[in-house]
Ligand binder design. Structure first.
Ligand SMILES: NC(=O)C1=CN([C@@H]2O[C@H](COP(=O)(O)OP(=O)(O)OC[C@H]3O[C@@H](n4cnc5c(N)ncnc54)[C@H](O)[C@@H]3O)[C@@H](O)[C@H]2O)C=CC1
Ligand SMILES: N[C@@H](CC=O)C(=O)O
Ligand code: NA
Length: 933
């Protein structure tokens, strides 16, 4: 047997013998192993047995070995020897003076990080500290790999173990020097050569028992604990390292779980402390022993569990789990960028979250500390300024966690790759044992049921299982219930694939009215269908099953709805002309204020004109949207050929934003023809374009019906009177039960401007040109001058009032001279217009002579089911004669406003006011979707 050269005695080392499973003694290699272990036994107790020579120790141990048959007894006996040898020591103090910390593999990943860990430990002002450490990052995997290689007789385990040695040797050399380094390296050498012997035995046997494997793997923790202990000692602070296999006693309950034996562990901890009453203890995480002293691990609960058990044994003031995130987020930050760090969580909330894979402790880890009300602090080793998340009995100062106090929802989590199984049939109701038969069958195929839901009618039971297990579950159920299916007692065993779970977690959530309503409302508004629901009476969790493709959108929708983040809208702007361009600039200027003051986050994901479009960068800045401070430049630099379908898909199908709105700022009928399809897909539509609402009646009615049936919104305030509240006023009157009798008004900003300024000093064509320049006209000014634009507005208001009129039903008096109606372009029309100035001049002079003015008005005669558009004369004292600029004026005569009409007046055209009207529709949408109003 080769042993590593030992330059200095090893004061603290692992006890090899005592960790050997009983079967070791029957193993051909056990004799060799025993001889190694004798050497290490003496090391292990070196700290307390300095008075005992190596030979003396060997003698005592040999005697005890003779006295006791099993290795376990040997260990117990050895422990007794060390106790016999121990000098008088204080008993183990417990309580507030202890502060427990746990540093995971990442924190212990390099020499620099181990140094930072030492600094953190030293800066903790607690009287006594117990520090639990994991193996250096990747080491546990490397160790498992060693066992796998050896047991599959792969020779490369030898070079692999050399890599393990190298990694620790280099790290220690960077951290330590002098005698400490020599001691550590000698110990490392010893351990590695012991491991090589053991791996050789595994190699020969072609098999490793679980305890062999646990024994090998646990070395990562032993080495990291020793390195940290020496590093702290280097700073002049007395410090001991603890092999927790001497202290933590557990009963393995399954291959993935162990139960701590608190009574035995407490006894052993007290014994340990008698020997090493240190103020700073560095303890190995993850590893433990059985009551029979067989090495084992804490399985998947790992080092966090070690820290929690030790913390409970010491009744420490707090346990700090150091990791690489700032704390527990309200949702997975990779899916919800506005997720916030929760300052506090109750123990129950924390274990609900951890089940869903949030970066929280495993529920079993929480139980030991919860019993003694010990707070757990989760902190980021890479960001010491972050206060972290405190998991404790009573969440302190809940207000800090959320902006909204009334919300009791803390956080959201999701699980993907699930399938729902639905067992349905009339033969289940009132028959005891059906559920047991169903779930017994599921258990028999080893599938894990993640949630269950059954309505009280008992006609169906549905449950979620991992997608990977559903095939076996379905086959087993079909076979188990074949007879019931054949007889029709069960109608189906159905699998709904590609599902996800969305869980909402919060303290006392279920006992607060309105939580579920708000949750489901947020989902409905994002057009997300819920397949199944489960809420236990624990009141900490509401679980929903949805289509997997909807899951991230759902997560974002509910997260923002509970005010944990902004109401985020993905927007696509179609037609960046005068109105669209002005809107984009307004969005740019207002974005920050909207985010900060109103919790609304608007992201323009695409802008398309008729020929080219720009889409937000799919990878880099995708989620930020297009930089609106440079959208014109980006349009020049990065535009691609416009494709409206691709555009809508890009904006909508990101799966990230719960809601999408397309804003149509064109005057194009083709774009308007897409609204139905978009609304059907759950895309909200906002527009100043009048084409959809004034187009063919049947299409309009279909669109409105769809909109009313769905949770998808279609807003078009700017189609009449630009930003003036015309549509909303009319809707308000109707919704509150008023009856519209008559609507009359000046609906054209262009024609209002023209007749307000056509005072005999300038030619008619000159004033038309001014109106166009001012941005009041339609893209083609003939739409205004022909009265078509006003007719469209009349139709929009008539239909809104319940009349079923077509555009062709409205008689329109056109102001476009007959010969110019056939002009091929608006430019040609504008050029030729001066030739026809005379006609309108004469009409104006004639009116003037009678003390009247000309006004171009639209009328909706609801009582007589008709509308008209014409040039009328009004006395100079009539309200319609008092206008200026591009003012619109609209008078609603209703059953409530009969004697005096309700009048809305103000600028009814122009870039700023129109874009402002569209913008206010966008904010109305955000508020409908849950933004604070
Ligand atoms: N100017 C005003 O005061 C008011 C205008 N409106 C309406 O606002 C809309 C826009 O008007 P303006 O901005 O003045 O017109 P504009 O002509 O300046 O802008 C329209 C933009 O849409 C683009 N476009 C046309 N067809 C397209 C298509 N199929 N796909 C993508 N882009 C397309 C054009 O290239 C242009 O950039 C019109 O529907 C108008 O009726 C409504 C109220 C007031
Ligand atoms: N061209 C229109 C613009 C608003 O719809 C008008 O002049 O009113
Ligand atoms: Na309006």
């Amino acid at each position: 047997m080769r042993t590593a050269p030992v330059s200095t005695p090893c004061p603290s080392s692992t006890l090899f013998l005592h960790h050997l499973p009983p079967r070791c003694s029957r193993d051909p290699s056990s004799r060799t192993l025993l001889s190694i272990s004798q050497a290490t036994v003496q090391d292990r107790h070196g700290g307390k047995t300095r008075g005992c020579s190596s030979r003396g120790w060997s003698r005592i141990v040999s005697e005890r070995i003779r006295e006791h048959r099993s290795n376990n007894q040997i260990f117990a006996s050895i422990a007794d020897i060390s106790l016999e040898q121990s000098i008088e020591n204080p008993s183990l103090p417990k309580g507030d003076m202890w502060s427990v910390h746990k540093f995971g593999g990442t924190c212990m990943g390099t020499s620099k990080r181990i140094q930072s860990v030492a600094d953190i430990v030293l800066s903790d002002s607690a009287e006594r500290k117990l520090i639990v450490v994991s193996a250096m990052s990747k080491v546990t995997d490397m160790m498992y790999e060693l066992v796998n290689k050896a047991s599959s007789r792969d020779d490369s385990y030898i070079s692999a173990i050399d890599n393990v040695f190298e990694k620790h040797m280099l790290t220690a050399s960077e951290l330590l020097d002098g005698e400490d380094l020599a001691r550590f390296l000698s110990q490392l050498h010893n351990d590695i050569s012991n491991l090589k012997t053991m791996l050789r035995a595994i190699y020969i046997a072609g098999h490793a028992t679980e305890s062999f494997s646990d024994f090998v793997v646990g070395h990562g923790e032993l080495w990291s604990a020793q390195m940290l202990s020496y590093t702290i000692k280097k700073h002049g602070r007395p410090c001991c390292w603890m092999d927790t296999r001497d202290v933590l006693i557990v009963n393995p309950t399954s291959s993935i779980q162990v139960d701590p034996d608190y009574i035995e562990s407490e006894k052993r901890l007290e014994k340990w402390f008698l020997k090493k009453p240190a103020d700073i203890i560095i303890a190995t995480g993850f590893i433990a022993s059985t009551l029979q002293n067989i090495p084992t691990t804490l399985k998947r609960d790992g080092s966090d569990f070690s820290a929690a058990i030790l913390s409970a044994l010491l009744k420490s003031r707090q346990v700090t789990i150091w990791t690489d995130v700032d704390g527990v987020y309200s949702a997975d930050p990779s899916k919800v960028s506005e997720a916030v760090i929760l300052r506090t969580l109750s123990y129950q909330e924390a274990w609900e979250m951890s089940y869903f894979g949030a970066n929280v402790l495993h529920p079993r880890t929480i139980i030991p500390v919860m019993k003694h009300s010990i707070p757990i602090l989760i902190r980021n080793i890479f960001n010491l300024s972050a206060p972290g998340t405190k998991i404790c009995q009573q969440p302190v100062n809940e207000n800090q966690d959320r902006k909204s106090l009334d919300s009791v929802v803390k956080a959201f989590a999701t699980i993907d790759n699930l399938a729902l199984v639905n067992v349905e049939g009339t033969g289940m109701a009132g028959i005891p044992g059906t559920a047991s038969a169903i779930f017994g069958t599921v258990k028999d195929v080893g599938a894990n049921v993640i949630m269950i839901s059954q309505a009280s009618s008992e006609h169906s039971v549905c449950f979620a299982v991992p997608e990977s297990e559903v095939k076996a579950v379905s086959a087993a159920l079909h076979s188990r219930f074949q007879q019931a299916l054949d007889a029709g007692r069960l109608s189906k065993v159905e699998v709904i694939p590609k599902c996800s779970i969305l869980a909402t977690v919060g303290h006392k959530m279920a006992s607060t009215p309105g939580v579920s309503a708000t949750l489901f409302d947020a989902l409905a508004k994002a057009n997300i269908n819920v397949r199944a629901i489960a809420q236990g009476c624990s009141e900490y969790n509401i679980t929903l099953v949805l289509k997997q493709e909807d899951c991230v959108r759902a997560l974002r929708a509910v997260h923002s709805r509970f005010y944990l983040s902004k109401t985020t809208l993905a927007m696509g702007i179609i037609g960046p002309g005068l109105i669209g361009g002005t809107l984009l600039d307004q969005l740019r200027d207002q974005a920050a204020a909207l985010k900060e003051k109103f919790n609304i986050d608007l992201r323009v994901m695409g802008i398309t004109g008729s020929r080219t479009m720009i889409l937000s960068d799919m990878f880099a800045a995708f989620f930020r949207g297009i930089d609106l401070s440079r959208w014109r430049e980006i349009q020049k630099e990065k535009a691609e050929v416009a494709d409206l379908d691709k555009f809508a898909k890009h904006v909508n199908e990101n799966h990230f934003f719960p809601n999408t709105v397309l804003v149509d700022c064109t005057a194009d009928t083709n774009v308007a023809n897409h609204y139905y399809d978009w609304l059907q897909k759950g895309i909200h539509v906002i527009t100043p374009n009048k084409k959809a609402n004034s187009g063919p009646l049947d299409r309009y009615l279909k669109l409105r019906t769809l909109q009313r049936l769905s949770y998808t919104h279609y807003f078009y305030e700017a189609t009449v009177g630009a930003g003036l509240p015309i549509i909303s006023s009319l809707q308000g009157l109707l919704e509150t039960g008023d009856k519209i009798l008559h609507i009359e008004g000046i609906f054209s900003g262009t024609l209002s401007y023209i007749f307000n300024n056509f005072k005999g000093t300038r030619a008619f064509s000159e004033v038309v040109f001014e109106a166009k320049e001012a941005g009041y006209t339609e893209p083609d000014p003939r739409d205004d001058l022909s009265g078509t634009d006003v007719a469209r507005k009349v139709i929009i208001l008539a239909r809104e009032s319940g009349l079923k009129l077509e555009l062709s039903d409205i008689p329109v008096q056109s102001l476009v001279p007959e010969p110019l109606r056939a002009c091929s372009s608006s430019d040609e029309y504008m050029q030729q217009l001066p030739n026809f100035d005379k006609e309108l001049s004469e009409e104006r002079d004639d009116a003037e002579a009678s003390g009247e003015v000309l006004r171009y008005v639209g009328v909706v005669d609801v009582v007589n089911d008709k509308g008209s558009v014409e040039l009328r004369r009004y006395k100079k004292d009539h309200p319609f004669a008092q206008l200026s600029g591009s003012d619109n004026i609209i008078a609603f005569t209703t059953t409530r406003y009969k004697d005096q009409p309700l009048i809305v007046r103000g600028p009814g055209a122009g870039a700023e006011v129109t874009a402002g009207g569209v913008f206010s529709d966008i904010l109305r949408l955000a508020s409908y979707l849950g933004a604070p109003s």
